[in-house]
Design a protein around this ligand. Sequence first.
Ligand SMILES: Nc1nc2c(ncn2[C@@H]2O[C@H](COP(=O)(O)OP(=O)(O)O)[C@@H](O)[C@H]2O)c(=O)[nH]1
Ligand SMILES: [Mg+2]
Length: 258
Amino acid sequence: MTDPAPADARVRRLSYFFPAHNEEANLEGLVDEALATLPSLADEFEIIAVDDGSRDRTLEIAERLAAEHPGVVRVVHHDVNRGYGGALRSGFEASRFELLAFTDGDRQFKVADLGRLIDRLHEPDHPDVVVGFRIKRADPFIRVAYARTYKLANRIFFGLRVRDVDCACKLFRREALEGVRVESRGAFFSAELLIKIGEQRRSIAEVGVPHYARTAGSPTGAKPSVIWRAVKDFWLLRLRLWANADRARRRGRPILGG
Ligand SMILES: Nc1nc2c(ncn2[C@@H]2O[C@H](COP(=O)(O)OP(=O)(O)O)[C@@H](O)[C@H]2O)c(=O)[nH]1
Ligand SMILES: [Mg+2]
């Protein structure tokens, strides 16, 4: 059962997307969950499945669901796997409404918990972005240890003060993304996005959200190739900012179109 969202957590129009790479076992359940939940959060909404070059039935299932729910469920497809950041970028680009939110496609977050982020968005300080932090992370210890180191590194080298950089439960006002350029297509994308949004003097609020163990499909977030790519992107950005900050900030494509 999906928890009902609090009654005050409503917005007019919300674009919700999720990255999916080989998520055939999760996709339909997640779309059903979103279809059941989003009417209590938004007057109008869209659900965008970003299939990032999956080799299983992810695309086939997503296309069937889009055909069953025309105008509500949409599919963005990459022929070739681009990586987590590339998939989030496509989700942002495809989003049409003034509020944009995502969770992961593996159901480790509940769509209803976007309601917590929406509640926070409505508070008097009017944040530009609301990001979740996992109240209790449902991942193996080694992932939690990596995440602590990564958080510290982002804080030391980029001044990023966010409790849970990679929490895949985030909500953005469209204005906060305008003019923001990100280069990374891998797992560093989330950190780079928050670093760049922070540089534009946008406010980022944080809200605790529950996190659930994956019950289907398999995680790839801690593959050596994924970590290596994130480390490389991290240092490339840091070195470029040191070398020539203005030029470094002009690199990468804008998140919204361009
Ligand atoms: N776009 C894209 N998404 C991926 C890739 N690998 C995983 N994902 C998606 O990103 C989300 C998180 O992936 P997961 O493997 O569970 O990472 P973890 O939660 O960090 O262990 C899920 O929705 C996956 O489907 C990838 O190579 N490309
Ligand atoms: Mg996961």
